[in-house]
Design a protein around this ligand. Structure first.
Ligand SMILES: Nc1ncnc2c1ncn2[C@@H]1O[C@H](COP(=O)(O)OP(=O)(O)O)[C@@H](O)[C@H]1O
Ligand SMILES: [Mg+2]
Length: 287
């Protein structure tokens, strides 16, 4: 299910003294099966943009097309759209409110008109998918850790089996183990065929996971390319207030000191290979 955004502009509180232009003439297209990272400084419009993709916000001007159809056309169902384009909000765990984890994850699929058995199958499948042990399902969400709660929130959206999964900072505020756990689950869902759009502040994460990055700055789409294409423009990345992955800066420093290494490197494995090549050594076999 391709998503296309054409000349999207969004202005909050238009015409009032608190008017804020959050998105300016943004255009892009996302195809089936992509894993796209959406990055940009705080206030650059990331959350505003993703809420347009499932019809929670309406463009001030411009269009959002899903399967080639404008989602705001007459006869289009926003309810159906939201089943196909699932959005996990930032701090989604704050929206966990049912008595048990099971009931909470069931909330979305129950609105799809499925039988109770199908709903429960979906709940259990989604729980497995996000790595929630089955014995937690009948506990109160309020007994869970922060990382587990975040998983409950993601499972609630995954249980709707959306074709496109959008997550706003799903790993923010979690400890490294929690963050790696959640990100590898998201990676698995992508491998299973979902299109994923990941909003993140963590450049290491997006460089490692995403095939493509969209970069917003002050409401404008200022870059659209692979992590390598985006982060090798390190000066530009710094200028808009982002920080490329540490390995990018490391390779630059080595080069400044006369090492003949590539600087378009975005992850640790590549950096290791390149450094060993420069040293004339074989790469060790890493487990
Ligand atoms: N509900 C709102 N009302 C008014 N202005 C908003 C609202 N939400 C966001 N904004 C403004 O829109 C801009 C983009 O915000 P946002 O989309 O939340 O950015 P990000 O997610 O990248 O931090 C900011 O200037 C922000 O202050
Ligand atoms: Mg945001």
């Amino acid at each position: 299910m391709p998503i296309e955004v054409r000349s999207l502009t969004h202005i909050y509180h238009r015409g009032s003294t608190s008017e804020a232009v959050a998105l300016k003439d943004v255009s892009f297209r996302i195809d089936n099966g992509e894993f796209v990272g959406l990055i940009g400084p705080t206030g650059s419009g990331k959350s505003t943009l993703i809420q347009h993709l499932n019809g929670l916000l309406k463009p001030t001007s411009g269009e959002v097309l899903v399967d080639g159809q404008n989602i705001w056309d007459k006869g289009m169902s926003l309810r159906k759209l939201r089943q196909r384009v699932g959005l996990v909000f930032q701090y989604a765990e704050q929206q966990v409110f049912e008595e048990t984890v099971r009931q909470d994850i069931a909330f979305g699929p129950r609105n799809l008109g499925l039988s109770e058995r199908e709903v429960m199958e979906r709940v259990e499948e989604a729980a497995r998918m996000v790595g929630l042990p089955a014995d937690l399902l009948d506990r109160s969400p309020f007994e869970l850790s922060g990382g587990q709660l975040r998983r409950v929130a993601i499972a609630g959206v995954a249980a709707m089996k959306p074709e496109v999964l959008i997550l706003d900072e799903p790993a923010a505020g979690l400890d490294p183990r929690g963050r790696d756990g959640i990100l590898s689950r998201i990676q698995e869902m992508h491998r299973g065929g979902m299109t994923v759009i990941l909003v993140s502040h963590n450049m290491e994460d997006v460089a490692r996971l995403c095939g493509r990055l969209l970069v917003l700055n002050k409401g404008e789409l200022v870059a659209d390319g692979t992590p390598r294409e985006v982060f090798s423009r390190n000066e530009f990345v710094k200028k808009i207030g982002l920080r490329a992955p540490d390995v990018v800066n490391l390779m630059e420093k080595l080069r400044e000191r006369g090492w003949n290494v590539r600087t378009d490197i975005v992850n640790v494995d590549e950096a290791l290979k390149e450094i060993l090549r420069e040293l004339g050594k074989e790469a060790p076999v890493l487990s």
